[in-house]
Each structure stands twice: as C-alpha cells, then as structure tokens.
Design a protein around this ligand. Sequence first.
Ligand code: NBG
Length: 808
Amino acid sequence: MKQIFESKEDFIEGYKASIMSLSGKPFENTGDLDRFTALAKLIAGKARAIQTETETRVSSEKQKRVYYFSIEFLIGRLLDNYLLNLGVRDVVKEGLADLGADLDELCAYEPDPALGNGGLGRLAACFLDSMAHEGIAGYGNGMRYRYGLFKQEIVNGAQHETTDEWLSHGYPWEVRRPDRAVRIGFGGHVVGEERDGHMVYHTEGTQDVLAVPYDIPVVGYGGETVNKLRVWSAEPVEEQFDLDAFNRGDYAGADAHRAEAEAISAILYPNDAGEHGRLLRLKQEYLFVSAGIYSLLDTFENDFGAHWELLPRYVAIHTNDTHPAMCGPELMRILMDEKGLEWDEAWEIVTNTISYTNHTILPEALEKWPISTFSKLLPRVYQIIDEINRRYSAAFDRTADDWQNRLRATAILWDGEVRMANLSVICSHSVNGVAQIHTDILKAETLKDFYALTPEKFNNKTNGISHRRFLAEANPTYAKLISEAIGTGWLDDASELEKLSAFEGDPAFLERVGASKRANKERLARYVKQETGLVIDPNSIFDVQVKRFHAYKRQLLNIFKVMDIYNRRLADPNFRVAPTTFIFSGKAASSYTFAKETIRLINSVADVVNNDPRVNEVMKVCFIPNFRVSNAQLIYPAAEISEQISTAGMEASGTSNMKLMMNGAITLGTMDGANIEIVNLAGAENEKIFGLTAPEVDELRASGMHFAWDMYNSDRDRLGRVIDELTDNTFARLSGDFESIHNELLNGNDHDFVMKDFRSYVDAWEELTTSYSDRADWNRRALHNTASSGWFSSDRTIRSYRDEIWHA
Ligand code: NBG
C-alpha cells in the first residue's frame, strides 16, 4: 500500500497548508464547508500525483486502455471512499480529531452527484472502482450534467421534482481541462470530393459547440492505481455576448448563444426506460461519444503514432447500453475522413475495438431515433450508418429459411428509424447481458436473430458491486467484526468472505452480528427522524425495497401486502404480525404517471397506518425521500429483508439485491435477474422465493388465460378488498384516491401479475417474518448471506470483462 502521509503529524501539516491556501485563514477560523473542501482538495492532489505515476506506467508498459462509455456515472461521495482506498482513513480521522474536527461530519458536506438514474449508472461507478483496483488502465467517459437527475421531495404524499444544484459550492475533485476541449459539429451538409482517386467527405455549415472535459480521479484500493473519469460539458465555441441586447435590457437575449450550447449538458433525462425523440438527448449522446473518441485517439497517437491498425490491440471501447451506440459510426468517420483509412480497414478496427452490454429487455428502452431527425442533426454519421446497414444487408445470407424476417429484425434502419441496439450489436465483437437469465433471454428472445447469426459474440457477465463502498465503507460496524474474524484480506479479495461461514455455529459471534445490525438500524432511524420526522422502531424488522419506481419492479405488490396486513390486523387484533417497518425509497421518472401514483399510494398508506394506534405496535410505513448513493449507504446496512419482487423475466439483473445480501439481509424475491444467482450461492433455504417463474409468466401470457377480474372476484376478502380501497377513500386523506392505479390494474389485465402473485407473496412474507423470532438462526442466515456474497464483488465481474471481452 502506497503511503500518502508519513504520519498523523504529516497529514495535519499538509491539511493546514491546504486550508490556508484555500481560505487564507488558519484552521480555527474556518467553517465546515471550507474544511471539507480543503481536505478533498488535499486528497485529490495526492490522488493526481499517483495518477501521473499510473499514466507513466501504462504508457511505458504499453498497457491496453479500456474506455467505458456511459451516459450515467452515479459515483456517490468520494472522500470517505478514497481515504479507505488509500489506507489513510484512520490517520485522517485521528488527525482531524486532534484539530477538533470530525471526519464523518465533514464528509456530509460533500455533494452526492446524481449523474445517473439507477442501477446502470451505479454499475458504471462500481466498475471504475474495480478497474482501478485490478490495475486496469480503465477510464470512464461520460457527461457532466450541471444539474443532477432531480431532487425528490414528497408533498402531500406525491413526488415533486426540484433541481439538484450539486455544483453550487464547487466540486473539489474535478479539474477542468480547457486545453483538451473538442469541437463538435451538428447539422450542416456533407461534401464529398475526389482526392487521389477516392472520395473524401467532410461536413460544411455545421453549428459547433465546444465539449470541455473535466477529470475526476478514480482511486483504486491499495493506492497503486489512480485512473480517471472524464466527463464532458457543453459550451459555446466562442463568446458571442450581444452587447446591444444587453444595453437594451434584454439580458437573456444577450447571452442566448451560451445558453443554447450549455443546454446540452444541463440535465440528465430522468428516464431509464422510455426514450422520447428528444433532440437534446441525441446531441448529448453524440457529444460525449465524439469528444471521448477524439480524446482516446489523441492518447493512442501519442503512444503509438498513426498505427491505427494497432488500435484493437491497445484500446478497448466498451459501450454501456445503447446510449453510446454512435461509437461505431463515429470512429469509422474519424478513421476514414480524418485519418485517411479505407472502409474495410476502418471497419476491421472498429469491430475489434468495440463491445456492448445490454441492460434491459424492455422494448421502450431499446433506443430508436427517427431517421429524419437523425440525418438532419448528424448527416455524415447518418451516411455512415446507412452504409453499414447497406453492406450488412448486401452480405446477408439469403439461403436460410426465413432470412427475410431475420434481416428485418436485425437491420439498423427500418421503418423510418435508426435502431441503436442493432447498431450496437453490428459494430461490436462482444455482446453481453448482466445476469445469466437475462443473457439467456437476450439469446432466446430480444436478440435471438443476432444470436442465430453470430452466437460467438454473445456472453454473460453477471453484474457486481463495489464491496468496499457498500460493505466496508457503508457498514463500518459489520466490517470491523468481519475483519476481526477473518482479517482484512477480504477488502482486496472479496471471495475471502467465505471464511465467515466458519462462524455460523458460533453463538457469541452471531450475537455480535445481530448487535451490528441493530446499531445500523438505530443509525437509519435517526436519519429517518431527521429527514421526515417519522419515528421508527429499531426493534421491528426492517423490510426494505429501494430502487427506481417501475411497474415491473412491483412496489405496488409490496404496498398491497402492507394494506392487506393492515386490514387483517384491524379485522382481528389477534392476527399475529411480526412487528415490521416497511421501508421504501426511490425516484420515478417525472413523466411516468403510474410510478408516481405508486409513490403517492405508499405515502398515503403510510399516513393512515402510521397514525392508527390500533396497529402501530406492529407496523409502520416509511418512505425515505430522494434516494441516492449517500442515503443508500445508510439503508442497505440496516435492512433485514431485501425485497426483490420484480415480475420474473423482467429485471435484467438488479444490484440492490447484491448490496443488501452482502449486508446480511435475506432476499424475499422472485426467480428473476441475479436473484437466481443469489439463491444458487446461498441456498434456497437461506432466502425466501415466491411467485411465478419466468417460464410460467411466458406460458400464462401466451395462454391468454389470466383474467384480472377473476382474480378479484375469487379473492374478495383480501385482494378484492385491497383493490376496493384504491377508490373508496380509505387512503384518500392526503391527496385523493387512486383511480388510475385501479384502472391500470384491471383494464390492463394485471400486466405485471401483481394480482396473480399476491397470495404467494404475502404467504412468503408471513413465513419469513415468523421465522424472525428465532433470532440466532436469523443472524446465522444473515451471516451466511454475507459469507456467500463475495462472488458479487464487481472485482470479479471486471476480471471477467478483462479476460473474456477486453483482453486487457
Ligand atoms: C438496469 C436494469 C437492472 C440492472 C442495471 C445494471 C437500465 C436500462 N437497466 O436490472 O434494469 O441491474 O441496469 O445492469 O437501467
């Protein structure tokens, strides 16, 4: 481990100097924000020094560089994480204490950049952590949105979105690199001319903006490798401030030019499923793709000169879902139009450099753009896509049966649209899903025609999570216990967590496992009290569902369970319920009515239940507003039940399931996504599985024999009652009833099988919570889950990307 501070005294000296240079004041006269900023800047400086060493090593050893292109990076707060990764957390904590400051308090001043929606963006951040840990020269390439996703507030039970001004106090980790800015052209028209016997193309009359990079260091555990995340901001190419307009009092008009350019990197579209034909989104996608490719080609040229044929050997470009799908045609464009390569040479390079991960089978999330919009905005890129598509069609094997349908399914251009998933597959040498069942579904359904044509491209890479962030950092009490038992090697190699199974029969140890959980529950209860005013009881079971709101994730099923238990308890005070706090958190896309109504329903049920003294002994409902990485780190460690209840076949992988398992929660879930791998690793007896399986879902859908009204009529007492309560004012006190959910469910014929799985789910919950009374065994199962979770470290995932896709 590299030592960035020789001693506590060395740290204190450096820190005081940092404070002085930042604020011009001695430490005693500064406030917490200055203290945080100075500390983060000090650590960032140290990190950048290691980054320079890493860079020298990578260049001199000709290490392959991996570029991870993603429109989202949910990196969370960095200070605590980097102190841990650099091995100086204790020294810094003690040094600060000597000065009269508290590390945890300072850490809370760090903004939590919401540069992502959910799992896809957090996965990208975990991958950066693991690439640095594994010593891979791995770089993130993304967008620097001026405002994060949005800040969620709950008003009368409903979600309200406000801007998240995460940059308002500055961001100490980033360095702006105007010297590396890239000019990006939109619109215009393509001009071709003959030069030395072949055609060369360029685009004239474009409207240009400047992509300006900001670099954020990525510190690997052990401190040997520091990589970087480069995020791009859109700016005007030159100031065109209109002084006349300004003098007329038209201040907005005076700066309109800047505003228009900056709009491109203003916000992240708050949709992780469902893209609209929005021009700005397409501009974002092109901007970070084009700028990222120019910048990686620059680096390559510095190391290897114009030997572009070597690109696939020394560079891997990984595209995270379809948002960076233009990597293929953009790299073609630059290699041909600017570096002078022929089509065939360029194509060979492109397809051997690029790889693609699919993250969902939801049809609305497989991006498509109208050709008319696309070709106007990016005429030369479109032309290249058209040519890729033409060559693909021309080379298509027309001897196989059904070739027409296969060609139709796999073509890039069809029905007036550019299909980004098909573009991604065709430009890539590798296509992977993110859990075994998901990859199987890609092969058998979503991308089945591609699989039939090029089965060798397809592979599975089950997701992973940074166990350092989500166990070591998020759960210090448990981490300490673990390290006492098995040493600290697990931080480096998560498979060592297996050694914990030796303690499953040790009653004293299990009691300490329970005590640590209890401490985490108290910590969360304090947070909930402070954020919402609600008092929750750490003696009750903490039953947790935290993730984006989406119909297929079935938060509705969960709240139906709560309503049912409430009804039954009111009807019969002797009905036994293990005291439980039902905890929900997550955002809904601002345009997604059903998801937002589900949030309102949860808060409305909470309002009734939490104010009803007849049930308060045994139940409370808690919605934690504004779910983000920082409060997630308080929630996972406190959870005892992990709700993973998506309609089977719909959740590609899930990653909160892994984070919760690692923190000792028991999964209550369907056989979906990575839940299946969880059950395989920990044993079905240590989780609680219920509901339809994916093949059963398919079969029932195909049979046409599922009828929502029949379900309703055949279970009037319980399910029927819950459904009636959506519209009979039972939960209407805060802001009205829930007709739209009622209609969606019944007229939509229970599309997500909420009604179908209802009984099996509530039964499973009752069995699981009943078993809570045998606390020793519960703690044993918790420990067993942690012991079985090491495989879910993103270090493991990254090693298999490295060995099987990137060959880095
Ligand atoms: C999400 C899936 C999750 C998966 C993450 C990370 C998108 C488009 N997909 O199941 O819904 O865990 O990606 O792979 O956000």
